[in-house]
Design a binder for this molecule. Sequence first.
Ligand code: PLP
Ligand code: TYF
Length: 397
Amino acid sequence: PWSQFEMAPTDPIVGLNEIYNKDDFPSKVIVGVGAYRDDLGKPYVLPCVREAEQILMDKNLDMEYTGIAGEPKFVDLALKFVYGEDSVPIQENRVHGVQALSGTGGLRVFGELMAKHGHKHIYVPNPTWGNHIPIFTNSGLEVRKYRYYDAESSDLDFTNMMKDIKDMPKGSLILLHACAHNPTGMDPTMEQWKEMSETIKKQGLVPFFDCAYQGFASGDPVKDASSVRMFVEDGHLISMVQSFSKNFGLYGQRIGALSVVGADEDEAKRVVSQMKMVIRPMYSNPPRQGARIVTTILEDPRLTQDFLDQCRGMADRINLMRTLLQDKLAEAGSTKNWDHITKQIGMFAYSGLNKDQVMEMREKHHVYCTADGRISMAGVTSGNVDYIANAIHDVSK
Ligand code: PLP
Ligand code: TYF
């Protein structure tokens, strides 16, 4: 039964690890997958997470199945974390959701939910996180793109984005990156978000937020939720997927949430009941440990404060590396403008290197970033920043 199966291509982002692992050059560097590293290049478990694990261990909890929608307490805390406790629809009990298999799983459930309920297409920014496209295609939605970024000026292409939004048919789904746009690191300003909110409302579009970096953009999760909170205040009945991979460093725990703001409590609950109809035959129910960890932290004020400090610590280190990388490029002799490295936010620097330059960097310097020139700043350390700067300068001079 397997003879006609062809070898599938490796994933453009995750597959980079395999290529890197085969390279035995001693000072090779990988700045591919967006996963935080400490300044020694090692994976980082937040101390608040370690503490929460210990608390949970001491509780001797059972390992029964959770419900289809996951852990209710987690979902409640996750929604307050992004919408804000004093959010009007939270107060009115018309924001409901489910625990999701991190951002990816929430996106997939959302895609299928909307395809099942009459949606034919979704608009995503160009460029967007590579996985968005197969996730929504596999969900049964046609993926359409709106202009987002101008490679020439390494800046947001706001004028053309607004033009494209104005051309979207009424009722269309539009995906927005809540903060720290992946891969470009360029977010709209609050004034621009306001204009987008007004136009999206006027056009009768359905905004859906992907919030994968709350706390990673500015170091402050409240500030990073500003776009989402503005849309909610403007009266949009948004839906949203949250990931706790990056901000809590819980990557492999697969923990996230998918939520919806309804016109009233009953409406939000009806949507959630339909999410459960998608989930039950897909994976039945989500894993519990990540939900328990996040719950333990967010229900305890002292652990929450520790989390905020540790999350800010990661964001600060990345921003320090942005400044250092830009400085080192100048030091290496580059006369090009690299201002965008420090202007961009979140985990990535969208360097502007083209595919040939990326390949040259891999072959000649053993520095691995994705083919679109995206550099994971989370992988840059004080130990490798000189080496990376010299490699970038060499292939771009
Ligand atoms: N959405 C965006 C924009 C991302 O950048 C990522 C991860 O890189 C995800 C979703 C999904 O990540 P996870 O499934 O680990 O939450
Ligand atoms: O670096 C990125 O953009 C992501 C990271 O299951 C990632 O692709 C890797 C594995 C995964 C989800 C996200």
